[in-house]
Design a protein around this ligand. Structure first.
Ligand code: NAD
Length: 439
């Protein structure tokens, strides 16, 4: 499972050799830890066009130091006021002189405005920011990430900016994230949020949490204060109980495909549920010509049908509380497609459809947001089983030239689950190091 190549390029002789051979140069990513909770260095706030955003107080709360320290850890370019092609020159003028100085594992965050359907010049200029962001992400290197946030209200985007401007988003790059205007009163959060344990008092159910990405998600939500319910199939009892015990949570042994899964969850949680994390998933790869019906059916059942069924049940019976969060798990295979995965690709694309359609209604009717994470190549038992050559290609075919870790998906989930993320709804956020597939 270990990425030996990444270890090799972390040594001086390895770096010399691989550079001479023209091979990829993955940088060791600086991830979140209790000892390193924030980016190391200052934040540079630049503007292109005339902006109406009140960003300074929000940026001051992101935990990144002010500009002027000798290291630039992050650059935020407010381009929300860019309304025509001429103003795009200011994007170049702002970033061209500073991009070289952004530290390794640093961040570039471009802020844009929603596309104006009544002004095609504004729409062209704002859409240009997406191509710009994706291109810069592909060339910037040294473990640095580049993302675009479309927003109208700085305060509503605070949790998103905090995430993107922290070590927690190490493997999220080349993304465009839309943040709506804050939706009060349904998402009013009168209780003050403890910044170190923002999920305290909340109950999270993570499906498929006995191992892999789900285990990391449960661990991260518990770190943030949530009481976790570790759900997995009865065959995974030993691991599910081990994880639950370690996190001070409870195990729920249940096959999500069983018809009464929703009712069983509701029974287990008489006080309701705040965070429903659909992570359980399986692969049964074969090319379509060789794929028996049972492989198709089982993948669609676990990855999509059971997600739809239990979500419907838990929304309908009120188990999922107001202010709640649903985070489902898609995959880049559902966006780009993958040979041998017609069943899996279909099931994960189905998750994207579910999120887009349900998100606005779930917020209006239940006060619950619905988003998805779409992992790229993540180092787990699932990907360790992939044949060596394909595995190596999967690891390198992204802007960061390495696989992600379960913790990267977990941190993204924790941001979406945050009480202050109520304005993030209907998003599918890829955690893929800007994979070249479907980019
Ligand atoms: P994994 O196989 O390591 O873990 C999946 C867990 O889900 C297992 O514990 C399994 O027992 C459980 N599970 C399977 N069917 C279930 C069911 N019917 N009911 C309850 N639990 C069930 O997988 P992973 O790599 O940790 O992947 C987690 C999720 O992320 C999956 O949805 C997967 O499709 C998705 N994903 C993973 C990657 C990757 O690179 N690892 C990439 C894209 C998407």
């Amino acid at each position: 499972m270990a990425d030996r190549y990444l270890r090799l390029t972390g040594t001086a002789p390895g770096r010399f050799l691989t550079r001479r051979l023209g091979l990829p140069q993955p940088a060791a990513l600086a991830r979140w830890s209790a000892e390193r909770p924030a980016l190391d260095g200052g934040l540079l706030h630049l503007t292109a066009g005339r902006s109406a955003l009140d960003l300074a107080p929000v940026l001051a709360r992101t935990g990144t130091g002010p500009a002027g320290s000798d290291r630039t850890a992050a650059v935020v370019l407010d381009a929300t006021g860019v309304r025509d092609v001429e103003a795009l020159a200011e994007v170049h003028a702002a970033l061209h002189p500073v991009v070289r100085s952004v530290a390794a594992s640093g961040r570039v965050v471009v802020l844009g405005a929603p596309l104006d359907p009544a002004d095609h010049h504004q729409a062209a200029a704002q859409q240009a920011l997406e191509g710009f962001t994706r291109s810069l992400g592909k060339e910037i290197g040294r473990g640095r990430t580049v993302n675009l946030v479309r927003l109208t209200d700085a305060a509503a985007a605070e949790s998103t900016l905090r995430f993107l401007l922290s070590p927690k988003s190490a493997y999220v790059s080349g993304q465009m994230i839309e943040v709506g205007a804050d939706r009060e009163p349904p998402l009013a959060e009168p209780a003050p949020v403890d910044p170190d344990r923002p999920l305290s008092g909340r109950t999270a159910l993570v499906t498929g949490a006995a191992r892999g990405i789900g285990e990391a998600v449960a661990e991260t939500l518990a770190r943030d204060g949530a009481r976790v319910v570790v759900l997995d199939v009865p065959q995974a009892e030993h691991d599910a109980r081990r994880v639950a015990e370690r996190l001070g949570g409870t195990a729920l042994l249940l096959d999500m495909t069983s018809a009464d899964a929703g009712a069983r969850i509701a029974e287990e949680l008489p006080d309701g549920l705040d965070l429903l994390i659909h992570n359980a998933g399986i692969t049964r790869d074969r090319r379509l010509v060789n794929m028996p019906a049972e492989r198709w059916i089982s993948v669609l059942e676990v990855n999509l049908a059971s997600v739809l069924r239990t979500t419907d049940a838990l929304l309908k019976d009120g188990t999922l509380k107001r202010g709640g969060r649903i985070v489902a798990t898609a995959s880049i295979a559902g966006i780009a497609g993958n040979a041998g995965q017609t069943n899996y690709g279909a099931s994960k694309a189905g998750i994207v459809g579910l999120v887009r359609s349900l998100a606005p209604r779930a917020l209006d009717e239940h006060g619950v947001t619905v988003n998805a994470v779409a992992p790229g190549f993540i180092e787990t038992k699932m990907t360790a089983a992939v044949p060596l050559f394909i595995r190596e290609a999967g690891r390198r075919m992204n802007s960061l030239a390495q696989g992600g870790l379960p913790a990267d998906v977990a941190e993204t989930t924790a941001w979406l689950a945050h009480p202050a993320s109520g304005a993030v709804n209907g998003q599918v956020v890829r955690v893929c190091g800007q994979s070249l597939l479907g980019a």
